[in-house]
Design a protein around this ligand. Structure first.
Ligand code: ASP
Ligand code: MG
Length: 403
């Protein structure tokens, strides 16, 4: 008998009809002889709606009460799903965070799950019941209701899989799985059957938002295999697990992009020890996330240019901080907002020589100018003119055999 954790996201439980459909999926899994724990998100849009209500009362709505409010979204779907299962003659029961309990640590709206009690629910599973657990919430040591950050139902699912020692953790969502690039932009994008945690993290931080990144990180840490699949089709999804279990025939697994980057260049800064630290320390203190950094070789040994990228909506703050920085001297600051970051991601890159060259050659064949480059073991990113994004993705997708 297999113990499965099945997590259903907001669109999967977005209407009562969809909740009934989810109940039919669970019924099928149950009749195949599996033990089922289902984790649910709130109905799509509900959490935002509740935040809106709190905002109508106050911009600084009390955080403890906000958690009480927000957790109600998942309470709603838990009860509806349990009721839908009972309607199908399946023994089912929902438990709220404090009834289990799911113990959390940390601040309101941003707690993390540290443990949960398993006896009651395990006993219920042994007695042929389906257990429904609301995602996204827990209870603090002092007994207050907490939530664990937006998109947190994924993290609940992974934590439940770990603590209940489940055999599988399946994330049901509104897409078929993880794709080799954005299927909305590039129709030849292919669903990836198997992917490593690292690759998944690189792809999702680069825009392929299928699962909450911190939940993937947690799964990686505890080595919990995941499967992302669609609630609305019967198709097989994407399996996410440890790299050793993947046999790489391709050097590149996916092509990701982000369009909200900007490039800042400081011209004519002194070329001496400590300058880079003096530039970036105040930025980091202001929580500005600097992505790529390039320093040119100085021709006169005295001054150099430093280029870096930040998120586009942080450019003005970045420039402001640079201008107020009395520890650095420079000639000018220039910025380019119309840039995009295109990355190839693949655990197979480590063992394949020539990937870098192949990427640069492909872009040059398309007459696309590379403005900045950064590399890691499994990722190679370039900054290019925003207008060339689609063309670059298409080309890279093709030459790395992903079409
Ligand atoms: N309902 C919560 C949110 O929208 C948690 C989740 O859906 O995972 O952030
Ligand atoms: Mg969600």
């Amino acid at each position: 008998m297999v113990k499965k954790v099945l997590k259903f996201g907001g669109t999967s439980v977005g209407t009562t009809e969809r909740i009934q459909h989810v109940a039919s999926i669970i019924k099928k899994e149950k009749s195949s002889g599996n033990k089922i724990i289902a984790i649910v998100s709130a109905m799509a849009g509900r959490t935002n709606e509740l935040i809106g209500l709190s905002g109508a009362i106050s911009n600084e709505f009390n955080k403890r009460e906000l958690d009480v409010l927000l957790s109600s979204g998942e309470q709603e779907t838990s009860a509806l799903l349990s009721g839908a299962l009972i309607q199908l003659n399946i023994k089912a029961k929902s438990w709220l965070n404090w009834q289990i309990p799911i113990l959390t640590d940390g601040d309101h709206t941003n707690s993390r799950i540290i443990n949960m009690h398993v006896e009651k629910i395990n006993k219920y599973l042994d007695n042929d019941g389906v257990a429904i657990i609301p995602g996204f919430q827990g209870i603090s040591k002092s007994g207050d209701i907490t939530t664990i950050g937006r998109g947190g139902s994924d993290a609940t699912a992974v934590a439940v899989a770990k603590i209940f020692n489940a055999d599988t953790c399946e994330i049901y969502t509104d897409v078929d799985g993880v794709f080799s690039t954005d299927p909305n932009k590039i129709p030849v994008a292919k669903k990836i059957d198997r992917i490593s945690y690292d690759e998944m993290l690189e792809l999702s931080s680069l825009g392929a938002k299928v699962m909450q990144s911190s939940a993937v990180q947690m799964a990686m840490m505890y080595d919990i295999p995941l499967e992302v699949r669609s609630t609305f089709t019967e198709r097989k999804g994407t399996k996410i697990f440890n790299q050793e279990n993947i046999d790489y025939t391709k050097s590149v697994t996916g092509v990701a992009y982000s369009k909200d980057d900007a490039k800042v260049t400081i011209i004519g800064v002194e070329d001496k020890p400590g300058v880079a630290a003096n530039i970036f320390e105040p930025l980091s203190k202001a929580q500005i996330n600097v992505d790529m950094v390039i320093q040119n070789i100085s021709s006169d040994q005295k001054t150099t240019d430093i280029t870096f990228t930040v998120k586009r909506d942080e450019v003005s703050k970045t420039k402001q901080i640079l201008k107020e920085n009395t520890k650095i001297n420079y000639k000018d600051i220039i910025q380019n907002d119309r840039v995009a970051k295109v990355s190839i991601v693949g655990a197979g890159m480590v063992t394949t020589p020539g990937v870098t060259y192949k990427m640069f050659r492909a872009l040059s064949d398309e007459n696309i100018n590379i403005l900045a480059i950064s590399t890691s073991e499994i990722k190679l990113s370039v900054i290019i003119d925003e207008n060339n994004t689609l063309q670059a993705i298409k080309k890279l997708h093709t030459i790395f055999d992903l079409d």
